[in-house]
Ligand binder design. Structure first.
Ligand SMILES: Nc1ncnc2c1ncn2[C@@H]1O[C@H](COP(=O)(O)OP(=O)(O)O)[C@@H](O)[C@H]1O
Ligand SMILES: [Mg+2]
Length: 306
């Protein structure tokens, strides 16, 4: 597969705040790529460099083979950007917003393009309403519709589901998946592990100015070899006793709801040993469950955050 996006050693410093310290990754054409990072990690900065809005201080990035620094016009023809804050114009109607972008992008039949998109995103009934009256979900749908005008081969979404309620977010995810099926390359940023897990073919974790880990959700989960056993106790005394009994052998952490999370490999042997230890200490959990590591666990391990 050829790379739609190729990034090598990107650096960026604002005043004395170095945000990117050599960021490198590749995005295969037609895939969904998620750049995962906490607030302030440099996700928007990376997107802004790749979409030619700001210049990097070092390194190189190409979009469909065009250099973002030396061929910005070529790059802009390949891409569209749906920013972190919806770029729709409140004063215009949905139809007017779409037609405006279609005209700006020199799409031959802007009215037809606009109508097709209204239909595709379930906005026909709202076509002639001012966007100021739209719900958050409708604005997002219109925003995505606008980003599709001119059929860009690569679409950038900066935190597409931030601030959306779950139902609207699911609709957004469906729209992104549908786009990817048509061969469009999707680059999205997110603070949500679940979002990256749900959507992305490949995930890169941006932390401390570099890519701390990269791979599929499955590969990243392997970085955390242990499973997790969650024990629930009746009261604090039982939980404290369990902590004391298990701490010498396991990594344990207390969590909400009188729970204790125990890092374990989830092998039968280890489970047997763990429950034997509890029994010997006369500790009776009221409930227990076993789970595989989530991307959250990966992120915590890599970023070392609590
Ligand atoms: N134009 C700017 N001038 C100065 N500092 C900036 C600018 N844009 C972003 N920053 C800083 O760079 C860091 C990364 O910001 P950003 O790329 O927006 O992160 P993210 O999108 O991952 O939340 C933050 O500390 C932010 O305050
Ligand atoms: Mg951002």
């Amino acid at each position: 597969m050829e790379n739609a996006i190729s990034v090598n050693g990107l650096e960026k410093t604002y005043d004395d705040n170095t945000v990117l310290r050599g960021v490198s990754f590749d995005v295969e054409a037609g895939s969904i790529f998620a750049l995962l990072g906490s607030n302030g990690a440099g996700k928007t900065t990376t997107i802004n460099i790749l979409t030619t809005l700001i210049a990097a201080d070092g390194g190189r990035a190409t979009i469909n083979g065009f250099d973002v620094a030396t061929q910005p016009d070529k790059v802009r023809q390949q891409i569209s950007l749906t920013g972190q804050f919806a770029a729709v114009d409140d004063i215009l109607t949905a139809l007017e917003n779409l037609e405006l972008i279609a005209d700006l992008r020199h799409v031959p039949n802007s009215a037809k393009t606009a109508h097709d998109l209204l239909e595709r995103f379930g906005l026909v009934d709202a076509a002639d309403r001012r966007v100021a009256t739209f719900s958050g979900g409708m604005r997002r749908r219109l925003d995505i519709a606008m980003s599709l005008i001119g059929t860009p081969s690569i679409i950038f979404f900066d935190e597409p589901s931030t601030g959306l309620d779950p139902e609207v977010r699911n609709g957004m995810w469906d729209a992104i998946r549908t786009l990817a099926r048509t061969g469009t390359t999707i680059f999205l940023t997110t603070q949500y592990l679940e979002e990256a897990d749900q959507l992305a073919d490949k995930i890169a974790i941006l932390h401390g100015g570099t890519i701390a880990a990269t791979g599929t959700a499955r590969e990243l989960k392997k970085l955390v070899p242990s499973g997790v056993i969650e024990l629930t106790f009746h009261d604090e005394a039982q939980r404290t006793a369990a902590t004391q009994a298990l701490e010498p052998c396991y990594q344990v952490a207390a969590s909400d709801g009188m729970k204790l999370s125990v890092d374990a490999t989830n092998s039968v042997e280890q489970l047997a040993q763990l429950f034997t230890q509890l029994r010997d200490a006369r500790i009776e959990p009221v409930d227990f469950s076993q789970r595989s590591p989530t991307l959250d666990d990966v992120f915590l391990k890599i970023t070392g955050r609590e």
